[in-house]
Structure formats: C-alpha cells, structure tokens
Design a protein around this ligand. Sequence first.
Ligand SMILES: C=CC1=C(C)c2cc3[nH]c(cc4nc(cc5[nH]c(cc1n2)c(C)c5CCC(=O)O)C(CCC(=O)O)=C4C)c(C)c3C=C
Ligand SMILES: [Fe+2]
Length: 479
Amino acid sequence: MAAMNAASISGVKISVSDRKFFRSCPQVRPVLSVSCRSLKGLQESQAFMVPVSESIDKSSVLCRGLPHKVNKRNNTALTFSSVGVGTYDLSFVESQSHVTEEKVGVLLLNLGGPETLNDVQPFLFNLFADPDIIRLPRLFRFLQQPLAQLISVLRAPKSKEGYSSIGGGSPLRKITDEQARDIKLALEARNMAANVYVGMRYWHPFTEDAIEQIKKDKVTKLVVLPLYPQYSISTTGSSISVIQSIFREDAYLSGLPVSIIKSWYQRDGYIKSMADLIEKELVKFSNPEEVMIFFSAHGVPAFYVKDAGDPYKDQMEDCIVLIMRELKARGINNEHTLAYQSRVGPVQWLKPYTDEVLVELGQKGVKSLLAVPVSFVSEHIETLEEIDMEYKELALESGIENWGRVPALGCTSSFIADLGDAVIESLPSARAMSTSRSISEEDDHDFLKYFIKVFFGSILAFLLLLFPKVMTAFKSHIL
Ligand SMILES: C=CC1=C(C)c2cc3[nH]c(cc4nc(cc5[nH]c(cc1n2)c(C)c5CCC(=O)O)C(CCC(=O)O)=C4C)c(C)c3C=C
Ligand SMILES: [Fe+2]
C-alpha cells in the first residue's frame, strides 16, 4: 500500500491516499492540487491525495474528474469536475477506517478454437448449441442441443479438413494468450497493475473458468474487453450473455463493478493500426495505386441485422469509412470494396458474398487485390485457410493476377497500446451488474424442459440418422 498522508478538512480526518494508484493516470497528477482555505495541515495548492476507500470509485476520481473544490456549505464534500462524475461526501470517509487495494482485472473475450482435430466436433457442438449462433424460434428451442449434436457431427469432416490444412488446430489460444500478456505489459507501462484473463466462448479456456479465477483472485474491478472490434449478437453479445448469467447467480460477482467495452472499431489507435498494415502491404505491389483494397468481413445471417437489430453491419460499414478516411489523409486513394465471408447453412447471410465479389472483380478486369480481414484481430482458420487458400485460388482463377493479404493485428504494438488505453478509459464507468434472477419460476420448470428437450430432440436425431435420404437432404441444406 502506498504511503499514507493525513490531513483534516474541517475536523474530518482524511487518512487515505494511494500514490501508486495516482501514478497510473499520469494526466491527473499535475493538477492534483487543492486550493481550499479549510484544509488544515496542508498548504494551499499543496499536492493532495484524494481520499479513497473500498467503496469509492478510485478510477472515476482518477480519469473522469478532478477535485476542484470543497463544498462551500459544509466544507465536507469534494465535487469532481470534468465529465460529471458527481460528488462524494467526506463524512462518508470518516466512517471508513480501512482501505483495500484495488485489484483490477481485464477479461478478454474471444471465440476459441479446437486445438487438435479431436476437438473439432465438440467445439462445433458448443458453437451450434449457442442460441446466439443458431437462433431457433422460442417454440423450437428444445431442439437446440440435439440439432447442435447433429450439425456438429455432419460439419466436422469439412471443418477438420480446414484445420488440418493450417497445422491441425486453431492458433487462437496461443495468439490470445500473447495478446493478454502484451495488454498486461501495456497497462504496466501506464502504471496500472492488472490481471488479464482470457475467456473463450466455445473452447478452452472457457469464459466460465476465467470468471472462476477472477473470483479466486478477488478482483475488485473488472473491465470486459471482447476481441471483436465490431459488436454482433453472435460474438460479443453471446459472450456477454454468458457473463450476465453467471454474475446474476453469484453474490460476489453481482456486486463487482464491471465495465464492458462493447465495441471499439472506432478507436483511433485501431483505425491507425489497420491503416498502417494496409499501407505496408500496398507498397509490396508493383503498382500500389492500382490495387483494389478488399475488406472481407465475417458474415452473419441477414435476419440478425434485419429482424434482431444486430448493429454489426452498420458498425462494419462505419469502420471501413474510418479506415479509408485515414488512408486518404495519408495520400492513399485506392478503390475499395466490402464483402462478407464464411457463410454456413441454408439461410441468407449479409451480402455481397466474398466469393461472388471476387469473381465479379476478376471479370471486370481488376488485376491487383489486397484482402483485408476486418472482423477479427487474430489469425484463424478463416484467414489462414479460407482467405489465403480458397479465396486466393478463386481470385486467381477469376483473372486477378496480383494477390496480397493484410495480416491480422495480433500483437502489433500500437494496437495493443490502444487496447490498454481503452481499458484505462473504461474503468470509471464500472458498475455492478444486476443482482437478481429475473424469472424466479424458471427453476421449477427446469426438469420438465430438460425432459422435453431430450425426448423430442432424440426422436429428431434418431429419424435423421435412420433415414439416409432425409439425412442427405438435410446435409445439403444445412451445411
Ligand atoms: C453458423 C453461424 C455462425 C455465425 C453467425 C458466426 C459468426 C461469427 N464468427 C466469427 C468469428 C469466427 N468464427 C470462427 C469459426 C466458425 N464460425 C462458425 C459459424 C458461425 N460464425 C463455424 C461453424 C466455425 C468453425 C469453423 C468452420 O467450420 O468453418 C472462427 C475461427 C476460430 C478458429 O478456430 O480459429 C472465428 C474467428 C465472427 C467475427 C462472427 C460474426 C461477426
Ligand atoms: Fe464464425
């Protein structure tokens, strides 16, 4: 614990200061002086540590507001200026005699991927069992798990092929661990000590395990940072649902101040880092100015956007505008296109589709193309296999002669530094999540619901597996 200062304000003892904590927000320190006649034991304008206690939001003191006056009415309240953080009363401090040190946690959310070929089917099961990935009408929700079992078994061979062509497993865990390590270092460089956790949605280390660790470590404030720049119901939304359901059930977690950074594609650091990568790849072409910049975003089913209000498409388009604006400011005026890749299943996905646009561009005479994966910040199966192999081959067959691909951001230092800044900036808005279960009768129906699910689901799976013709039709429509 940092050295303690003691001063009294109108008889109220302030006995807490945390120099270490203040060092973590350098922009605040130079102005941490208080001009106040009623501060006894301190010179006017003398550097002054703002009182903190376990219940007072230190970071909001730090980054959102600066103490600027003592309440004239009773001389016992400090008001924080700047962006409306509010007031707290020193009489409150009087009753708090001890101080606990803040323990900041950062939870990185990601998708997760199979580490071996044996993991592929169970990984796919977890993915398709997610109601944010396969959105069944409420009436058919009981089919979610049996359907996930069926689809995962049917899709596994194709997925396995993909994973074996990139070395037998997903690189996602390794890359995300490296990003976690670097974000921790970036925070330390800003004098903020934090534990950084990785929580994957569909494979190890699962979000549930990361939260268990956060609890064990007695984190006192948590920032949730999804590693998806744009928000989608199917990615960030799904992971947040998991967090909410765990937090709702747990007394400690439901009281833990949490800040969720829902999307961050608009951050300057991210946009500039993307522009850097594009600029670096463009110069590798013999005629850089003739290259079509081809943004390839991961698709989602179109009804997510049209009916379920997913902001993903709008955010994606906005993101591309910002990157192109940044490139223009650097004197890069290439043409660009946005298309959506990786569709799965029979429904319509966001259009235009990457494979179709590549063929069209080839037919129109585009000769040089730079693919820019834009929904994800790590290399993964869809960059290493789908773009680098399938789409490249298709593009070359379609008449495109010069092909390039921008690498994923991974641990690019400007990008990691910006994520560190995002964490620091979001701390002041950390608030406890809602505390109680909303539907209390849910438990009563759990057993019945489970029984119905298993019963009807098993019948469906059984029928499909028994009749090869039905199965073939199903396979060609669903996968
Ligand atoms: C079936 C529905 C799917 C939706 C909706 C979806 C959205 C979505 N996914 C990502 C990022 C990734 N998805 C990855 C793998 C993957 N995704 C789906 C299906 C949907 N994704 C499947 C079936 C798979 C498995 C691979 C395959 O069989 O094709 C990955 C790869 C992880 C890895 O192993 O490296 C990523 C990353 C985003 C960003 C997104 C919506 C915006
Ligand atoms: Fe996906």
